[in-house]
Write a protein that binds this ligand. Structure first.
Ligand SMILES: [Zn+2]
Length: 126
């Protein structure tokens, strides 16, 4: 990958990072908001749950974006963390913060297919 390509990705990732940091900050406010009114509680609980789900997803994405920026600094951006093959330019253009090539990503997705159920349990226990 050329220096100008790397710079392009760094710009994209830094913008995404700023956007996500803003989002996560805003969402944290909603997630901890508590209504003194019992009638509002159900509504608020639903909003809170949605906020927590979104926050979870955005925080996860933010971690990925930060890790990708670190890989640019370390000089191994665009290389799959798992099989160490180059990640296709098309995939990087679509998902610049990805750490895996498409094959390894699909493998990981299949492996984590049961996580949705696990998350739902975590939330109802909270
Ligand atoms: Zn791979």
């Amino acid at each position: 990958m050329t220096k100008s390509e790397l710079n392009k990705f760094r710009n994209i990732l830094e913008r995404k990072q700023a956007e996500l940091e803003q989002f996560v900050r805003n969402r944290e406010g909603i997630a901890i908001e508590k209504s003194p009114d019992a009638l509002d509680e159900v509504q608020h609980a639903a909003e809170r749950e949605l906020a927590i789900r979104n926050l979870d997803r955005e925080s996860h994405l933010l971690r990925n974006v930060r890790a990708a920026l670190r890989r640019i600094e370390e000089g191994n951006f665009g290389v799959c963390l798992h099989c160490e093959e180059d990640i296709s330019p098309k995939r990087l253009a679509a998902v610049p913060w990805t750490a895996f090539c498409i094959q390894c990503q699909e493998m990981a997705d299949r492996h984590h297919a049961g996580d949705g159920h696990f998350d739902a349990e975590m939330l109802s226990a909270a």
